[in-house]
Design a protein around this ligand. Structure first.
Ligand code: LCS
Length: 406
């Protein structure tokens, strides 16, 4: 029997065939909205779903199909759907599993946009939710209500990198016959495959590592073929969340280097986390690869690498954190993550500004917290940049007679 391909080979060759007419190796972009049929019967069978096919661009097209097949294969799922953003993936999955009167159980620290959707759009549709500490499976069991219809987790979480035991949570959700939805954005299928651990639906913001170059907004859902077909026809199509063929091409191109990029993101993040952990101006560092991380052992067992995101809390709270960010030269102040550039942001006032004060505190997002997305630079240059910013704010605080750093 042939040995199974390694992940980097899979990323490059899986579902990849040279274009038949010209032999082109790079993925052709098909911008077509309309797809023609030889007979009326073939057209009507495609619309009804009797035969699988592509018929109108709002429901997908042939470039998207290549991306979808590749993502299904990488996540070891039956089928996938590419959509216009990570939030389109999240909203269409949640609208797919929930309806008026239902309840959703959600891990207590999720991306701020997901929180915004939970607190604004879901209640308008008569859907309730509870934020739960999913590091303890007993809390999940206790929070299940008679109308609970799904469990939604993000691991590692944005921004404090809480690692959840997917297998242990899946054991509970299976017992209660609830679908387990996992946002796998921070890991990519290179580092974590939630379906293999018992999850039912995987979501990605492809805007991040999958595309990897900061020039596409996109999302991907991986699940069983029936659910994907339902979302494609009933939700994505009606809400108009489709991705463009050009963006699908860019993600397919980005995926070819995902293996290499993740290696560099992880090793840069680890070195940055180690530097930060020993720095006297830092109160606490959040990185799953550090032994001090509360779920270090789960991370070691569950993740193929510790990821590219490091969060840390500055001594001196909000003023220290924002002055530090302003003092950086190389790292860029920006939303998003998973780009070649090291990106730094202040979750309390940027990505997670929509959280209520108490939910923000429950999620561990203090005023002094900074999130850093390690880029692909030479890590010494990033560390030098961080070091000069620490020195600069220390001098300023000394000049102002503050006693933050002793
Ligand atoms: N899931 C996670 C874990 C995310 O971090 C994001 C975006 C999304 C889903 C939504 O993806 P999008 O619709 O933007 O493609 N995270 C962002 C962040 O941390 N900063 O800016 C966006």
């Amino acid at each position: 029997m042939m040995r199974k391909w390694g992940v980097s080979t899979e990323l490059i060759h899986d579902q990849h065939v040279a274009e038949r007419k010209t032999g082109a190796v790079a993925q052709p972009i098909v911008p077509a909205v309309a797809f023609s049929f030889e007979t009326h019967e073939m057209a009507s069978d495609t619309v009804s779903g009797k035969v699988d096919g592509i018929y109108y661009g709002r429901y997908g097209n042939s470039t998207l199909r290549v991306l979808e097949e590749k993502m299904a294969s990488l996540e070891n799922g039956e089928a996938a759907l590419a959509v216009g953003s990570g939030m389109a993936a999240i909203s269409s999955v949640l609208f797919g599993v929930l309806q008026n009167g239902d309840h959703l159980l959600v891990t207590k620290d999720v991306y701020g946009g997901t929180y915004h959707f939970l607190t604004t759009l879901l209640p308008r549709c008569g859907i309730s939710f509870s934020l739960v500490d999913c590091t303890d499976v007993n809390c999940i069991v206790e929070a299940i209500q008679p109308n609970t219809k799904a469990v939604y987790i993000e691991t590692p979480s944005n921004p404090v990198l809480t690692v959840l035991d997917i297998e242990a949570i899946a054991n509970v959700t299976k017992q209660y016959d609830l679908p387990l939805i996992v946002d796998n954005t921070f890991m990519s299928p290179c580092l974590q495959k939630p379906l293999d651990l018992g999850a039912d639906i995987v979501i990605h913001s492809a805007t991040k590592y999958l595309n990897g170059h900061g020039d596409v907004i996109a999302g991907v859902i991986v699940a069983d073929a029936e659910f994907i077909q339902f979302i494609r026809k009933q939700i994505m199509g009606d809400l108009g969340q489709v991705l463009s063929a050009w963006d699908a091409f860019l993600i397919l191109r980005g995926l070819k280097t995902l293996g290499l990029r993740m290696e560099r993101h992880c090793s840069n993040a680890h070195k940055i986390a180690t530097f930060l952990e020993s720095h006297p101006q830092v109160e606490r560092v959040y990185y799953p690869g550090l032994k001090s991380h509360p779920q270090y052992e789960i991370a070691e067992r569950q993740m193929g690498g510790m990821g590219g995101i490091v969060s840390f809390e500055m001594k001196g709270g909000s003023t220290a954190a924002t002055s530090f960010i302003d003092a950086l030269h190389l790292s860029m102040i920006s939303f998003s993550l998973g780009d070649p550039e090291t990106l730094v942001q202040h979750p309390a006032t940027m990505t997670h500004s929509s959280l209520s004060e108490s939910d923000r505190m429950d999620a561990g997002i203090t005023d002094g917290l900074i999130r850093l997305s390690a880029g692909l630079e030479d890590v010494e240059d990033v560390i030098d940049d961080l070091a000069q910013a620490f020195d600069k704010i220390k001098e300023t605080s000394k000049r102002n007679g503050e006693m933050i750093y002793g």
